[in-house]
Design a protein around this ligand. Structure first.
Ligand SMILES: Nc1ncnc2c1ncn2[C@@H]1O[C@H](COP(=O)(O)OP(=O)(O)OP(=O)(O)O)[C@@H](O)[C@H]1O
Ligand SMILES: [Mg+2]
Length: 238
């Protein structure tokens, strides 16, 4: 692949609240993703990690503030947020099963900027990260294996040339070899300058993370480098 760089941009989240009906899930989340860093979001099942991502993407309503490079996101419709530079790989991957692999990829495409700081991703550069998808471009996405679907979901998000990529449990349900390949890929993306906000409980993510936040009781219970995470399993929010 060409040595192309993204320009990571900071995300500042303040007092973020979300609810499903009467049930409050996030109760004032404050966190910051610095430009080009990998921030890992930990928390127990049901702690609101996916909810945080859905709120950022505009898939569920939220109050408070989320500013990408100073631009407030919460007032914007979902498609506009993607155009501003947020990429999203949902927990369920949500590829379109009846469309071909290529059609799925092109659905995510945003024309790359040109000139200094140009956005790097197009069909050619994305497929160079996932060569296994090339012979599959013409097939219907529903015949892909779980590992191939995960590649397609990440590839589709990159086609939008994000500055910040949200990955929700990207290695859930995958074989160890694919988990390791994903860890290598994530490290590579960060080295290219892309910011990453990652929900992942597996050890590879702690090994790569610049910083970690732990969600619990609807708030950030811990923020710091992975080495400062309490080892004490009795910490109720881990
Ligand atoms: N559409 C929904 N309607 C009502 N409640 C929901 C909905 N989606 C999630 N919840 C609830 O909100 C809480 C947070 O869910 P969320 O999916 O964000 O958790 P999570 O941290 O991603 O955990 P996991 O991925 O293990 O489920 C949970 O109690 C969940 O049951
Ligand atoms: Mg989840």
């Amino acid at each position: 692949m060409r040595a192309v760089r993204s320009d990571g941009r900071p995300l500042q989240i303040e007092a973020l609240h979300t609810r499903y009906g009467r049930v409050q899930v996030l109760r004032g989340v404050h966190l910051q993703v610095r430009a080009g860093e990998l921030l890992l979001v930990l928390g127990r099942n049901g702690s609101g990690r996916s909810t945080l991502f859905k709120a950022l993407m505009g898939l569920i309503p939220a109050t408070g503030s989320a500013r990408l490079d100073g631009r407030e996101l919460l007032a914007l419709p979902a498609h506009h947020r993607a155009r501003l530079g947020l990429g999203y790989v949902p927990e369920q991957r949500e590829i379109f099963p009846r469309l071909s692999v290529r059609q799925n990829l092109l659905l995510g495409a945003k024309p790359a900027l040109t000139g200094p700081g140009a956005s790097p991703w197009n069909e050619t550069t994305v497929l160079s990260l996932f060569p296994a998808l090339t012979p599959r471009l013409g097939v219907s996405a529903q015949v892909l294996s779980g590992g191939e679907q995960q590649m397609l979901a990440i590839a589709r998000a990159l086609m939008g040339n994000p500055d910040l990529l949200l990955l929700d449990e990207p290695t859930e349900g995958l074989a160890p070899q694919r988990v390791a390949a994903t860890a290598d890929l994530v490290a590579r993306l960060r080295s290219l300058g892309l910011g990453l906000l990652v929900v992942e409980q597996k050890p590879w993510a702690r090994a790569l993370a610049d910083r970690v936040v732990v969600l619990g009781d609807g708030r950030v219970q811990f923020e710091g480098p992975p080495r400062d995470l309490p080892r004490d399993a009795s910490a109720t929010w881990l």
